[in-house]
Write a protein that binds this ligand. Structure first.
Ligand code: PEP
Ligand code: MG
Length: 577
């Protein structure tokens, strides 16, 4: 069996034989040399192609639920921007419309990819879909349907899927979708969600290693694709697929209520989001606010740092979606896996280099000051909280809080409305976890948030993106639990709130342990809100503290921890997915 981690574009559990699907990429058929002497004509072709694309969006909207309409609107805005820039390119460079569209697409796609962030790189997929559709309209190329293959009951695997093809496949009754590229906000993802078809994006998958007809399982709960599983695993998943339908119902019901344990402890369930569209969608997920707004996309997707005004507008919007509920905005966590096109860092070990708060303190004028000014201004319109990434020394927190104070004073002196803000730090390094009692002495520190993705990486000395050592990477390793237990108890003793915003917060097997540490809130990706609330509401914190915590602190391996946690969940009558 081969197991791949992926990004879930549409939830669900699917089991079925794979079929490879050919994607006709209009962009790759654009010639690299395509001069024009009639730029007026080319620009008018572009305009026509754009209106045709808009007509398509209008018809697509009619087939989709209201909740997805905003995303379609966002695609319209992207298409307009793409065509506008392509039109300038036609005029300035004297090239045909198709080539101009392709070049504009490549420019932004390279920027997204260079970002090094998997999430942002996937945004390039949305742009590719749009650019391909515009080129198709220009050339009147008909989107390909892969030779009329039959996909009923099958899991389709493709490099990428265009929405028109997908709608046809949906009619044939496909069971699941796997693509190598694409985005969670692409049209294909929207259509899959609207039709309840599980869809996973797996960039690491090598299509040449996939055989026609081999069995595939898509598991959106564990965000995995399994290829060629044993009969035993298949039967587990066949059962899981039917249980998933009941779980969906419970989770939907749970997401509408508060998450309260059976012994009356209320736990906040917050959302992690990576851009404004996701934040808007999250506001209807049933969550209690945002626990992590990753703002890096604003920095990585352009050739210069965003202006104070554009940041202010973005923060105001997200605060508006949440209408007084807490919104934790993380100061840009740049460097390492999120490099910047406009700051060249030559480092042999970037994960241990100038990243997170270290980079912010180094590039105050260019990055930190505009960010803080925008955030402090926007904080008048909602419940904003500020989270500092990648802290490893108490002095960084002190220096940061002093800068926040000075920025506030400056804004006041300029007569600009601004509000004070609660400050938290991410606990992503063992150094921060071990010294939490010292950090807690800084009066401005109101909360900590465990960034377990990095905390696991730095504690176990294992690159979080390296598949060769992924067998070592596990947040349930007792070393991580001991560190978290120490930090959580020191923070709580001193009245500092404790949250978890790494992926661990949404891992069902980790939830009992996190509750046993006395955490106040879990911040998870929006589709997991219901599952987390369902699980929390079936557990007793007192009981967990008594039974589970001591065992976990005294165990030797992650597998041991998983073993008894599974058993505990079963005894508590909780369905495990
Ligand atoms: C983390 O490290 O757990 C975290 C939430 O930050 P990111 O995944 O953005 O590094
Ligand atoms: Mg991190």
């Amino acid at each position: 069996m081969r197991v791949y981690r992926g990004l879930i574009a549409s939830e669900g559990v699917a089991v079925g034989p794979l079929t490879k699907y050919g994607f006709i990429d209009a962009l790759s058929s654009v010639p690299s040399n395509c001069p024009t002497s009639n730029s007026y004509f080319e620009v008018s072709r572009l305009e026509k192609a754009l209106s045709k694309f808009k007509e398509y969006l209008v018809s697509l909207k009619k087939t989709l639920p209201e909740s997805e309409h905003e995303l379609i609107n966002a695609h319209e805005v992207m298409a307009e921007a793409l065509v506008n820039e392509a039109a300038s390119h036609v005029v300035e460079e004297g090239v045909c419309g198709e080539l101009a569209v392709k070049r504009v697409f490549e420019k932004y796609s390279d920027l997204f990819k260079e970002s090094g962030s998997g999430l942002i790189a996937l945004r390039a997929g949305d742009l590719r879909n749009i650019a391909s559709a515009i080129v198709e309209n220009l050339t009147e190329l008909k989107p390909g349907i892969g030779g009329g293959i039959e996909v009923g009951g099958k899991v389709v695997v493709a490099k990428e899927l265009n929405p028109v093809d997908l709608l046809k496949l949906v009619k044939q009754g496909l069971r699941g979708i796997v693509t190598l590229t694409g985005g969670v906000t692409s049209h294909a993802a929207i259509i899959a969600r609207a039709h309840g078809i599980p869809y996973i994006i797996v960039p690491e998958l090598d299509l040449s290693e996939v055989s026609e007809g081999e069995l595939a399982v898509i598991d959106s709960i564990e965000e995995k694709l399994l290829l060629n599983p044993s009969e035993e695993i298949v039967s587990i998943y066949v059962e899981r697929a039917s249980k998933y339908e009941s779980l969906k119902k419970w989770c939907r019901e749970a997401s509408l209520k508060e998450a309260v344990t059976t012994d009356g402890v209320r736990v906040g369930v917050l959302c992690n989001v990576g851009d404004l569209e996701e934040a808007r969608a999250a506001s209807t997920s049933g969550c209690d606010g945002i626990g992590l707004f990753r703002v890096e996309y604003l920095y990585i997707s352009s050739s210069s740092p965003p202006s104070e005004e554009s940041l202010y507008t973005a923060f105001n919007k997200v605060l508006g979606f949440f209408n007084g509920k807490p919104v934790v905005i993380r100061a840009p966590d740049l460097g390492a896996d999120k490099p910047l096109p406009y700051i060249k860092l030559e480092e042999s070990n970037p994960f241990l280099g100038l990243r997170g708060v270290r980079l912010l303190l180094e590039y105050r004028d260019e990055i930190l000051n505009p960010f803080l000014r925008a955030l402090l201004r926007a904080s008048t319109s909602g419940n904003a909280r500020l989270l500092i990434p990648m802290i490893s020394r108490v002095s960084e927190l002190i220096e940061f809080t002093e800068i926040v104070e000075r920025t506030l004073e400056k804004l006041r002196a300029e007569g600009i409305a601004s509000g004070s803000i609660e400050i938290g730090i991410m606990v992503e390094t063992p150094a921060a976890a071990i010294l939490i009692d010292k950090y807690a002495k800084v009066p401005q520190l109101k909360f900590i948030s465990f960034g377990t993705n990095d905390l696991t990486q730095y504690t176990l000395a294992v690159d979080r993106g390296n598949v060769k050592v992924s067998y070592i990477y596990d947040e349930l390793d007792p070393s991580i639990i001991r560190l978290m237990a120490l930090a959580a108890s020191e923070a709580r003793k001193r009245g500092v709130e404790v949250e978890v915003c790494g992926e661990m917060a949404g891992r069902q097997l980790a939830i009992p342990l996190l509750l046993s540490l006395g955490i106040d809130a879990l911040s998870v990706s929006p589709p997991l809100v219901g599952l987390v609330k369902y699980t929390v509401s079936k557990l007793s914190r007192r009981d967990l503290e008594r039974e589970l915590l001591t065992k976990a602190l005294n165990s030797t391996s992650a597998s041991e921890v998983k073993e008894f946690t599974k058993e505990y969940l079963k005894r508590a009558g909780i369905e495990i997915f």
